[in-house]
Design a protein around this ligand. Sequence first.
Ligand code: F6R
Length: 581
Amino acid sequence: MCGIIGYYGDKDAYPILFKGLKILEYRGYDSWGIAVKQQKNIILDKETGHLPESVISKNGNIGIAHTRWATTGKVTEQNAHPHTSNDETIYIVHNGIIENYAELKKYLHTLGIILKTQTDTEIIPNLITHFLKNNDLKNSIEKTTKLIKGSYAFVGIIKNRDELFFARDGSPLVLGKEKNELFLASDVPAFLEYTKNAIFLNDKDYGIYSNKKLVIFHNGEKINEQITKINWTVEQAKKGDHPHFMIKEINEQKHTIKTAIEQNPELINKVTKEIENAFGVFFVGCGTSYHACISASYQFAHIAKKHVNVILASEFSNYSDFLTNNALMIAVSQSGETADLIDAIKIAKQKGVKIISIINSLESTIDRLSDLSIIMNAGPEICVLSTKSYTSQLAILLLLAYSTANKLNEGKKLIEQTTQQIPDLIETIKPKLELLAKKLKNKKSIFLIGRDLAYPSTLEGALKIKEVSYIHAEGFAGGELKHGTIALIEEETPVIVLTTDETRDLILGNAREVKARGAFIIGIDSKNSEIYDEFLQVPELNHANPIIMMIPLQLLSYYLAIERNCDPDKPRNLAKSVTVR
Ligand code: F6R
C-alpha cells in the first residue's frame, strides 16, 4: 500500500507533492514525508500521523513524497519515508514489500552498511549507492531491482544530481508528462490538476528523468513511452461541498451506476459469449468485490439459469486443480491492483484460463493481465471504503446475467429505472438514518439478515458498518442465524432485516425468531410490517434489489461513523488498494 509521488519540473515541488499526498492519503495515513532538492542539499520533512491541513513550503523543483501504510516496521518518524542511503546521497520513497529483506540486509552488512530503520525500503537506496560506485545510474537501478524479490514501486532523488529515477514491479506507478515536467505517482488523481497525459508502466520497467528528458527501460533496453489521455476530471477527485468523500461518492451513485452500464455492446456481447462457452466460470475478488461476486452468482442462477463458481482471491490456489483452458475467470476489482487477486489471475493464466476483469482503473495491473476488461467508469473513488464502485460492479454483473439470458435490454431498463429512484430515496431516508445512527451508536454488535439476493447485501452492509464505525457487525443468510449466532441476541440487539417480495414470508419468520429474544428490528423493505421497530422504505426492484438496498446501508454506516467521531474517509488500519498478500 502507501502513496508515492515524485516531481521534477519548472515549479516548486513541495506544494505539488503535498497536494498530491493529500489526494493519495487514502492509500495509507500512518505517517508522511517529503524530500526536496535544494542546490546540493536535500531537505527532508517527516511526521507520524495524518497529513496536516497545511505545511510551510520549501524551495526546490525536484522532490519525492510518501504517505505510509505500515507493513515492515512500526509507525515511527524514523520508519516514515523518504529513506536515505547511509551516506545520505540517495533518497527514496517506496510502495510494496521486499520479501528477501532479511537476506539483503545481511548482504549489505557484509559491505559494512548497517541499516538504521526497521523498514525494508532502506535496502533500496543503499544498494543503489553501492552499485553507483562502479556503474552508471541505469545499471545501478537494474542491478538493485534484480536483487529484490517481492513488489516495489519506488522513486528516488540524488543529492548532487538533477535527476528523478524510478522503477516498478507489482506495485502501481504512473507517470504524468508535460513539456517541462514529470510527475510520478501511485495513482492518477495525484497529478490530474497538472496533466492528463499519463504513462502507465509495466512490471519491471524503470527509468530516469533529467534535462527534461524521460528514458524508460525494460530488461536493459530503452522502450517507447505510450501516452494515455485521462478522461477523469479534477472535480471528480475533489470533495466539493461535501464534508467527506464517502458521502459524496454515495450521492454520486445515481450517475455512476448509469455510466457503468453504458458499455460498448460489442464488448458485452464478447464477454457474454465467453461466459456461455466456458467450461467453468469462476468469479473471483476480495472484500467488497467478493461480495459483488456472490451477488452475481445469485443473478446468474436466477436470470441466466447458469451455475458459476465464486471464490475468494486469497483462497483461489486451492481450486487450481479444476482449471482447464476452457475455464473463464471473471476478476472483480475496483483498484485493479489487489495483490491476492493478481496472484489468483497468475495461477489461472498458467492453466490457460481466459481472464475477464471488471475494474475501475484503466491500465492497472489487472487490466493488463486480462484478455478483456470491462471498465466501471465510476471515476476516482477516494474514500477508502468501496461504495460507488460496489454498485457499479453489481450493475455490470447484473447486466451480464441478463445478457447471458439474452435479455440485455430488459436488464438495462431495470438498472436505469433503479438509478432514477436513488436521489429520492437518499432524500427521504437520510433524516431517518441520522436519527437511527444516534440510537445505534453505542451498540456492541449489529446483525443483518437477508435471504437469496439480499444475503450478499447483508455481508456488504456488515463490512461497511465495521470498517467505518468500528462497531462489530455480521451479515447472515436468514436461515443461518439460528444455527449458532442467535445465542448473541440480547434485549435491544439491533438486527437489520433486508426484505424483498420474493423472500418476505421466510425472512419475516427469521425476524420473529430474533424479536422473540428481544432484538430491535430494523426493516429495509418496500412494505412496512408490524414486526419492524424501525422501517426504512426502499422500492421493490426485483433483481436490482441488491443495488437499491445498499444505499440505506452505506448511509447508515456513514452516519454511525459521524456519530462515533470516526473519519469516514480514512478508517483506521485500512488502505484503499491492498497490494500486499
Ligand atoms: C471495502 C473495500 C475492500 C475492497 C478489497 C478489494 O470497503 O474497499 O474490501 O473491496 O480490498 O479491493 P479491490 O476491489 O480494489 O480489488
